[in-house]
Design a protein around this ligand. Structure first.
Ligand code: ZN
Length: 288
């Protein structure tokens, strides 16, 4: 089993940070740009959260992956490079953070390419992609392969890496799940209504520790999705610090960048192929 994607670990942990900043709010309406409270709630992510997260990762000696919308990289020149310089990965997270499943035909491709141009101009080499709001369309995996990226991290068909086949070749899927997303724990904003929860970081740490234990039992990918404007808050950072320390003390969890896990999965002959679910439904039974 030397070729196993886990490289001998009981579980592999990918700490991922989606540096959405203002973009999910703009996707709800350009008018919110005139609302200083809402905008400052979002700018906190890159301004305060990201530096704090980078310091924690340095302190704990673990690598991470930062999914950055092209708009955010473009409007904060130097942000992506500052992440790569610290040994972490920057990956594609759309240009505008509009969910591909709600875009008109052709718009996803334009948005996808626009982000790639931003990263290229900044000398940031991109290997992977995560759809805005995880709402990958049926075309998303094909776009990823067409532009030479190796992985996606938006879907939920397994808790270990799997292959998606596309007309442009295979893509590795590094699956996510709502239970390992800080949005469901910490996102609170009255308008636009992006969430209405402010959970205890103690609860979140306990919940994620339980998931990590289960994933060590079953040999899974502990793919945690966090947002600097949410997890970057002080008590939540301490919870994340405790979670990382817990995993390190176990001694059987490997922390890795997503691009490395994608490489390991590609080299593992046991990685399954899981096609996008496809249905031919009776419109008389399911009218919409
Ligand atoms: Zn996002």
């Amino acid at each position: 089993m030397s070729a196993s994607w886990t490289r001998g670990a009981a579980a592999v942990a990918t700490l991922t940070f989606d540096v959405d900043a203002e973009t999910p709010i703009f996707a709800e309406g350009r008018r919110y740009a005139e609302h200083p409270m809402v905008m400052s709630h979002q700018t906190y992510g890159p301004d305060v959260g990201v530096p704090r997260i980078l310091d924690l990762l340095d302190e704990m000696g673990v690598p991470a992956t930062f999914f950055v919308p092209g708009w955010v990289a473009e409007h904060r020149p130097g942000l992506a490079a500052s992440i790569v310089e610290r040994g972490h990965e920057v990956a594609h997270h759309s240009y505008s953070h509009r969910p591909p499943t709600s875009l008109p035909a052709g718009a996803e491709r334009a948005d996808f390419e626009r982000a790639l141009r931003v990263f290229q101009a900044q000398g940031i080499e991109i290997a992977g992609h995560r759809a805005a709001m995880w709402s990958a369309s049926r075309e998303t995996p094909s776009l990823i392969a067409e532009f030479g990226l190796s992985y996606d991290s938006s879907l939920m068909g397994d808790d270990r890496p799997y292959h998606l086949e596309t007309p442009h070749g295979p893509v590795v899927e590094l699956p996510v799940h709502w239970s390992l997303d800080d949005w469901e724990q910490y996102a609170y904003l009255p308008a636009p209504h992006i969430g209405s929860v402010i959970e205890s970081p103690v609860k979140v740490e306990e919940m994620w520790r339980a998931e990590l234990d289960g994933m060590r039992h079953y040999g899974c990918l502990f793919n945690v999705c966090m947002h600097p404007f949410l997890t970057g808050r002080p008590g939540r950072m301490l919870a994340l610090r405790k979670l990382i320390a817990y995993a390190q003390d176990l001694g059987d969890v490997t922390f890795a960048r997503c691009r490395d896990v994608a490489d390991w999965a590609r080299g593992d002959t046991g990685t399954p192929v899981r096609p996008l679910p496809t249905y031919d439904l009776d419109a008389a039974v399911y009218p919409e």
